[in-house]
Each structure stands twice: as C-alpha cells, then as structure tokens.
Write a protein that binds this ligand. Structure first.
Ligand code: GAR
Length: 213
C-alpha cells in the first residue's frame, strides 16, 4: 500500500485538526510546539465527541476554533461519522491527529481523509488495543509498555506504525501511575513525529511508514 504525503507544500505549515475526548495533555503539547513557526504544523481546529472537557478549554485558551459532534445527536453511527468528517473537512486539514479521541472513526471519515489520520495509543501495538491499554498491560504483567503513533485504518489500533516509545512497568504501579509515565513519553513522541510528518511528508509501503515524499 502507498499513500499520499500529509503535506503537499513545503512552504506553508501543515494544517492539523486534532480530535480529543478528555484532558488534552497531548493536544497541549502540540499547541505549545506549534507556536514555533519552524515546527511546520499549525493546529487549525480542535474537535471533540463531548462537551465540557479540558481539551476544548485548552483550545479556547489558545484561540483555536473548536467543534463538538456527539454520537447521541445523530440517528446512526454512520450519520455521526459523516457529520464528523464534514466538520473536520471544513478546516481543510493536511493531517488529522486523534489525541485521546475515544471513539472509532468510521468508513466515511477514513475515506475522506485517506492516509492522513494518525492516532496515538497508550500501548505498544499490536499489544493491548482498545480503550484500556495501560490497564491491560498492567494486568498482563508485561515489564515494558509504551505508546504508539500509527496511521489509522479500519481496524482497532491496527494501522501502519509511525513511531513507538517504550517505558518500564514498575512493581508498585497502579493504572494511573503507569498511564502518567506513558503519557510523558507519549507527548514527546507525538510532538516529534507530528512535526516530522508535517515538515517531511510520509509514505507507506507494505505497512512500513517512511518520512519523506
Ligand atoms: C492518551 O494516553 C492517549 O493515548 C489515550 O488517551 C490518553 C489521552 O490523554 N488514547 C487512547 O487510549 C485511545 N485508545 P490526554 O487527553 O491527556 O491527551
């Protein structure tokens, strides 16, 4: 499989839409990085699947436009997926970053932004997919875990891997302590790699993601 690059022009910063569902610390790391024009990416909008979350407040404080598309406001999951795609498309993104977005995007969304959607997951894919990566890793008893940035496909955390970062699991960890350790490494991975995707573009061949056009 090959895909088009995230960014078609090296001159302008890549337009990035970020989707969140919660506290938005990964979003904040991107907002902070994007202040520097040399980063090569501009966060042009933040979307969410729910109101009243700190992620949206973080966008507001950075004067970044926000929107909310709640699943329950639509007649079906497909209708929600199409509406979400419309809301995102209005901002003409070069790249869509799912940063703690706790819903699966569907076929309409992926068709609209083919090869331009990346997700950060708090586990080392293909281990521990889904919404409880840190808890599942802890329960399994692994000695290392981490975070994965991948290009979203139709599966659950199955897409081609852009980057991974590893953290140790400590004997006295609970889920919260482990997830917080993961998130420190995850934010750095996300900032480093979204910047590279924006500045350099990327291509995918046989699941291998490579930077550059
Ligand atoms: C992050 O650890 C992210 O990987 C995870 O939610 C957290 C959001 O933190 N996402 C998933 O588990 C998706 N399956 P944040 O809101 O502070 O950025």
């Amino acid at each position: 499989m090959s895909t088009s690059p995230a960014v078609e022009s090296a001159a302008a910063p890549a337009r990035v839409v970020v989707l969140v569902s919660g506290s938005g610390t990964n979003l904040q790391a991107l907002l902070d990085a994007a202040i520097d024009p040399a980063y090569g990416a501009a966060i042009v909008a933040v979307g969410a699947d729910r109101d009243g979350i700190e992620g949206l407040a973080r966008a507001d404080r950075s004067s970044v436009p926000t929107f909310v598309a709640k699943l329950k406001d639509y007649s079906s999951r497909d209708a929600w997926d199409g509406a979400l795609a419309d809301r995102v498309a209005a901002f003409e993104p070069d790249l869509v970053v799912l940063a703690g977005f706790m819903k699966l995007v569907g076929p309409a969304f992926l068709a609209r932004f083919a090869g331009k959607v990346v997700n950060t997951h708090p586990a080392l894919c293909p281990s521990f997919p889904g919404t409880a990566g840190p808890a599942d890793a802890l329960a399994y008893g692994v000695k290392v875990t981490g975070a994965t940035l991948f290009v979203v496909d139709a599966g659950v955390d199955t897409g081609p891997i852009v980057a991974q970062t590893v953290v140790p699991v400590e004997d006295d960890d609970d889920v919260s302590a482990l997830h917080e350790r993961i998130k420190v490494a995850e934010r750095q991975m996300l900032v480093d790699n979204v910047g590279r995707l924006a500045r350099e573009g990327f291509r995918i061949t046989d699941r291998k993601v490579r930077f550059g056009l």
